[in-house]
Design a protein around this ligand. Structure first.
Ligand SMILES: NC(=O)c1ccc[n+]([C@@H]2O[C@H](COP(=O)([O-])OP(=O)(O)OC[C@H]3O[C@@H](n4cnc5c(N)ncnc54)[C@H](OP(=O)(O)O)[C@@H]3O)[C@@H](O)[C@H]2O)c1
Length: 336
């Protein structure tokens, strides 16, 4: 294997990224050094944080024009000079948008392909699943009796959050999403009790109507007006997990924020979530969510394209909020 393909950033980004900001280019693969593995990427995860990173608005370094787009990949080792990593092993980690990657083995996590369907290990049972599990199980500690609200509920984090809340015994699980089609998915596939399309004019009244006794747990992926509205409907001693700020990642100006006074009046606990704090649990959580999938208790949906050259188009869709389910690029067959 000497040739591969990669997707680079073709120019500086000053607005929400579009497909034409990227270019696919062929590349010659170098020899691998001691401690490195050559990975055949099978699945590439497209994530909202990459859009922020491209604009220098994330905790990870800002890529420059000509750099390979950062991203999380899952694949199979096809050459190894690292102890403990054999040809055929499945691994996941930061690979960039490539079809083959030479990476330090220690930066990769070994993946058990039998723990859960392989593609979910970058979705519902992978980093997004870990984020959802940390939120619902550790930070919000959802219990029977809780009325739970989740925004971006059709996405891999939100959809998994609501389903885990249900598994933990929540009484009422409500989602917020940006279209009727997404809301149908949230109710019918993910089994939420209700889902409100925040693009409807009367969505705030609809939300209050399905949560009349207030919100015990709110998992926020969006910030801005959705967060503000959820806080106004918080029950006493409500727990709020701040996880994402999708409404602000590409805004030119910071929108008027929620009133933090509400946290005081409601004696609310607000918790920031950084999934990296939970990485040592990834293996266990993959196995646990994998079991829930196998038992039919938890469902996953993928917005999938085939071929590395399709990554920019699906990424543009993700940036526009038009993805339905986990945005994933199938780069190669699961087995050769
Ligand atoms: N804190 C952490 O450690 C951590 C870890 C992982 C993910 N996250 C965050 O969790 C959130 C969900 O991630 P995910 O992977 O499950 O992705 P996702 O839900 O598929 O993310 C994209 C969705 O964001 C929503 N969105 C809301 N406002 C938007 C706007 N103004 N422009 C574009 N999209 C908008 C859209 O859904 P609607 O149509 O429903 O609006 C869109 O489909 C993201 O904000 C992500 O950054 C945080």
């Amino acid at each position: 294997m000497t040739h591969a393909n990669e997707v680079i950033l073709s120019r500086e980004i000053h607005a929400k990224p579009v497909a034409s900001d990227f270019a696919v280019q062929p590349v010659s693969l170098a020899d691998i050094n001691d401690g490195e593995v050559l990975v055949r990427i099978i699945y590439l995860s497209l994530d909202p944080y990459v859009g922020s990173a491209l604009r220098g608005r994330h905790m990870t370094p800002q890529p420059q024009p000509g750099d390979v787009v950062p991203g999380y990949g899952l694949g199979q080792v096809i050459a190894s000079k690292a102890d403990g990593f054999a040809v055929g092993d499945y691994v996941a980690g930061e690979t960039g948008w490539r079809d083959h990657a030479i990476v330090p083995a220690l930066a990769m996590r070994k993946v058990d392909p039998t723990a859960a369907p392989l593609s979910t290990q970058i979705g519902a049972t992978g980093m997004p699943g870990l984020t959802a599990y940390a939120s619902m199980n550790h930070l919000a500690a959802v219990q029977p009796g809780d009325h739970v609200l989740v925004s971006s509920a059709a996405g891999p984090v939100g959809g998994t959050c609501g389903q885990i809340a249900r598994i933990l015994g929540a009484t009422n699980v409500v989602g917020i999403a940006g279209s009727d089609e997404k809301c149908a998915l949230v109710r019918d596939e993910y089994g939420f009790d209700a889902c409100i399309n925040y693009k409807n004019a009367d969505w705030k009244e609809q939300l209050a109507a399905v949560l009349p006794q207030g919100i015990n747990v709110y998992h926020d992926n969006v910030g801005g007006e959705l967060l503000d509205t959820a806080l106004l409907n918080l029950a006493d001693y409500g727990r709020v997990v701040l996880c994402g700020l999708a409404s602000q990642y590409h805004a030119d100006e910071r929108p008027a924020g929620p009133n933090p006074g509400i946290f005081i009046v409601k004696r609310a606990k607000v918790m920031g979530l950084v999934v990296y704090d939970f990485l040592d649990e990834q293996q266990d959580v993959t196995a646990k969510i994998g079991e829930w999938i196998a038992e039919g208790k938890l469902h996953f949906v993928e917005d999938r394209v085939t071929g590395l050259d399709q990554a920019p188009v699906l990424f543009e869709k993700l940036m526009l909020g038009e993805n339905i389910g986990k945005a994933i690029v199938a780069v190669a067959a699961e087995s050769v």
